[in-house]
Design a protein. Structure first.
Length: 62
């Protein structure tokens, strides 16, 4: 049994999917997957503020 090759110089040598065909997804391991690191514990600190009012001495603000 011989495989018929397309005539040389006539179109494409491959048979791509029709653009209206349903999307095909093929899973492959590309090495990018990494284990999710464990989440860090929330750290709460008490902070005593010096002042709640702020001032801005910028010349471009009224």
């Amino acid at each position: 049994m011989s495989v018929s090759l397309p005539p040389r110089g006539r179109g494409t040598a491959s048979n791509p999917f029709n653009r209206y065909a349903p999307t095909q997804i093929i899973a492959s391991d590309d090495g990018w997957f990494q284990e999710v690191p464990p989440s860090r514990a929330t750290e709460v600190r008490a902070e005593t503020a010096k002042s709640i009012i702020t001032r801005n001495q910028s010349p471009d603000l009224p």
